[in-house]
Design a protein around this ligand. Structure first.
Ligand code: ZN
Length: 167
């Protein structure tokens, strides 16, 4: 094994811990409650503003990143939530607020949608990510940096911390 330290660059798999807070300082999510998150650098697996700040960092580095909506989950766009009948969804799927799914448009393109509210048999869906319009505050700790496997490069995502969880 080489003693050479890896820095984050294209084609590396980075495993990191993060806590994400909004502008009000409320914690939205944290990997510290579970496992550190592996991702393949340079393919847009994480939000662009965070991915940029990862570049050149190394194992053990800790830093804070502020990400504007344009470099995060986007600005809020479109007409706002739309009402859909519960029967439009598969009966055997448990729906919940914040749930993401993909709708197929008439022209065959796929559109990501999120459930914003459920009232009886009426489901509100929106094309904005729940964090659209939010300035994101990440506090990051890099756990490890390694070369991606050929398979990970082909798939365009990381296969777990050690590259063993193919999917
Ligand atoms: Zn895969």
């Amino acid at each position: 094994m080489s003693e050479e330290t890896s820095v984050v660059s294209e084609g590396k798999v980075v495993v990191f811990h993060y806590t994400l807070k909004n502008d009000e300082g409320e914690t939205i999510e944290s990997s510290r409650d579970a496992q550190p998150l592996p991702y393949l650098h340079g393919v847009g697996q994480i939000v662009p503003g965070l991915e940029k700040k990862m570049e050149g960092k190394g194992e053990g580095d800790t830093f804070d990143v502020e990400v504007a909506p344009s470099e995060g989950y986007g600005e809020v766009q479109g007409p706002g939530p739309q009402q859909v009948d519960r029967t439009e969804f598969p009966e055997d799927v448990d729906l919940y607020e914040g749930m993401a799914f993909t709708a197929e448009a008439e022209d065959g393109t796929h559109l990501p949608l999120w459930i914003t509210d459920i009232e009886g048999d009426q489901v509100s869906v929106d094309s904005n990510h729940p964090l659209a319009g939010e300035t994101l505050h990440f506090d990051v700790e890099i756990i490890s940096v390694r070369d991606a496997t050929d398979e990970e490069i082909q798939h365009g995502h990381a296969h777990g911390p050690e590259g063993q969880q193919a999917h």
